[in-house]
Design a binder for this molecule. Structure first.
Ligand code: GAR
Length: 194
């Protein structure tokens, strides 16, 4: 069984899209893959309730309980490794990971970022796209490397920036596309035998 472990920090709509795609696309029968656990660094992450409803194992590793990134990442890795992951999926996980953590999961760690990378790594992507006068925006799924929001791109989606767009309206348009490309990227990896 190929276990997928999903890390979240908030609402978890990408995580939910992946869970639904796994069920609807019969990932278990087709690829021997299942979403084994959802882990959050925030106890109040909205997505945890959805995961519990789906009877998916959940865990919280609260970054506020640790005084260094290394200590947090070590505990996070221990929580992940309990599920023997074939794939670790960052889905709105808002912590910068240490190089040691990234190296541990190299080749099986992916992320979604709400911009057309390599444009706008980091925070406030939609605000920065609007301020720059971009005519298009989007999202990228990529392999995670030690450099923040960098690494080989697996999928991208492009949306128009419309007159009168706000950060919120643009974010919502992009998020809809994230829900399409993230499951698609994962399924491609599974199909390729990842
Ligand atoms: C998504 O837009 C995701 O791309 C972004 O956070 C949101 C999480 O939404 N991730 C990042 O900004 C990572 N740097 P969700 O919790 O509803 O999936």
């Amino acid at each position: 069984m190929k276990n997928i472990v999903i890390l979240i920090s908030g609402g978890g709509s990408n995580m939910a899209a992946i869970v639904r795609a796994a069920r609807q696309g019969h990932w278990e029968q087709r690829y021997g893959a299942r979403v084994a656990a959802v882990i959050s660094n925030r106890p109040d992450a909205g997505g945890l309730a959805f995961a519990r409803e789906q009877r998916i194992a959940t865990a919280v590793v609260d970054h506020k309980q640790f005084d260094s990134r290394e200590a947090f990442d070590a505990e996070l890795a221990a929580a992940i490794d309990r599920h023997q992951p074939g794939l670790v999926v960052l889905a709105g996980f808002m912590r910068i990971l240490t190089p040691g953590f990234v190296a541990r999961y190299q080749g099986r760690l992916i992320n979604i970022h709400p911009s057309l990378l390599p444009a706008f790594p980091g925070l406030h992507t939609h605000r920065r796209a609007l301020e720059a006068g971009c005519r298009v925006a989007g999202a990228s799924v990529h392999q995670v490397t030690a450099e923040l929001d960098f690494g080989p791109i697996l999928e991208q989606a492009v949306v128009p920036v419309l007159p009168g767009d706000t950060e919120q309206s643009l974010a919502a348009r992009v998020l809809t596309q994230e829900h399409r490309i993230y499951p698609r990227a994962i399924e491609s990896l599974l199909r390729a035998g990842a």
